[in-house]
Design a protein around this ligand. Structure first.
Ligand code: AMP
Length: 278
């Protein structure tokens, strides 16, 4: 899928997949190769309205440089007078979020497999000096084999320096972001802890009726595990090692992959069939 200049006429446009804040996503087939992709069509007017140009440019620059089995590929992009079009890897099984909400919570095998995929993908991103900063179930897609793909690099940054901007969805914010302190790579490790909890219990750990209460619970690391026989001590141990207030003391991504819960439960292929999920 390399070509100096792409245009919409290179694709047969198929079914409408969904709509985000900035544009519509369609299934498409590249005419010459027959390759199936997802086209994200973004209207320039919307970008102007929300002043989102720089985010999109950053998303494109970052995602173009990443090539990992658990990071959604951005094969190419092009634009015409009205639209910017992203040519993306097609994630046939859609949003992990919808799956989680529909079945309530994942089995330990599924949760550990997704956690290992995320840790591997984040380690790869961090080595490339990319911090995602907005990992949440809505930004995780599943391909036809049930393999997790990190998507949406709109909030990611590529930098060695520590950052100060507050971004991300509140339940997934690390304490250093809530407190508007400088933050670095370890914000993604925190979020991985939130996600492990949510995969296993069905909702994020610091959820509260009021946003301010969530923020307070995050800052205090007010972590409680509901009494349920389903979640193992190993899983809780890993979550406790990720949800640590001092970002320098959080378990590293490499050590997550060596943690007993991951070793015992994660499927090395990274793919989960529908029957294995719950
Ligand atoms: P977004 O604009 O990224 O919020 O996406 C809008 C809708 O399209 C959401 O339901 C996404 O899950 C879906 N979507 C976005 N990108 C892809 C993709 N590469 N493959 C499959 N579905 C996607």
């Amino acid at each position: 899928m390399e070509r100096p200049q792409w245009s919409l006429s290179d694709f047969e446009i198929g079914k409408f997949i969904g709509e985000g804040k900035f544009g519509k996503v369609y299934l498409a087939r590249e005419k010459q190769s027959g390759y199936v992709v997802a086209l994200k069509v973004i209207f320039k007017k919307k970008l102007e309205k929300y002043r989102f140009h720089s985010h999109l440019r950053r998303e494109i620059e970052i995602q173009r440089g990443l090539d990992h089995p658990n990071v959604l590929r951005l094969f190419a992009w092009f634009h015409d007078a009205d639209r910017v079009v992203l040519v993306l890897e097609y994630a046939a099984r859609g949003e992990l979020y919808k799956l989680l909400r529909s079945i309530g919570r994942f089995s330990e095998r599924t949760a550990a497999t997704y956690a290992a995929s995320l840790a591997g993908a984040l380690a790869y991103c961090h080595k490339k000096q990319v911090i995602h900063r907005d990992i949440k179930p809505e930004n995780l897609l599943l391909d036809i084999e049930g393999r997790l793909k990190i998507a949406d690099f709109g909030w990611a940054v590529q930098s060695n320096a520590k950052r100060h901007t507050l971004c991300g969805t509140i339940d997934y914010l690390a304490p250093e972001m809530v407190e508007k302190k400088a933050h670095g790579y370890a914000v993604d490790n925190w979020t991985l802890g939130i996600l492990c909890y949510e995969f296993l219990y069905g909702s994020p750990p610091f959820e509260a009726a009021e946003q301010n209460d969530t923020l307070m619970r995050i800052v205090k690391v007010d972590l409680m595990f509901p009494l349920t026989p389903y979640v193992s001590a190993d899983a809780k141990d890993l979550i406790c090692k990720l949800l640590v207030k001092d970002s320098s003391k959080r378990i590293s991504l490499d050590d997550i992959l060596k943690h007993p819960w991951i070793i015992k439960n994660a499927d090395p292929s990274g793919s989960i069939s529908p029957s294995e999920r719950s």
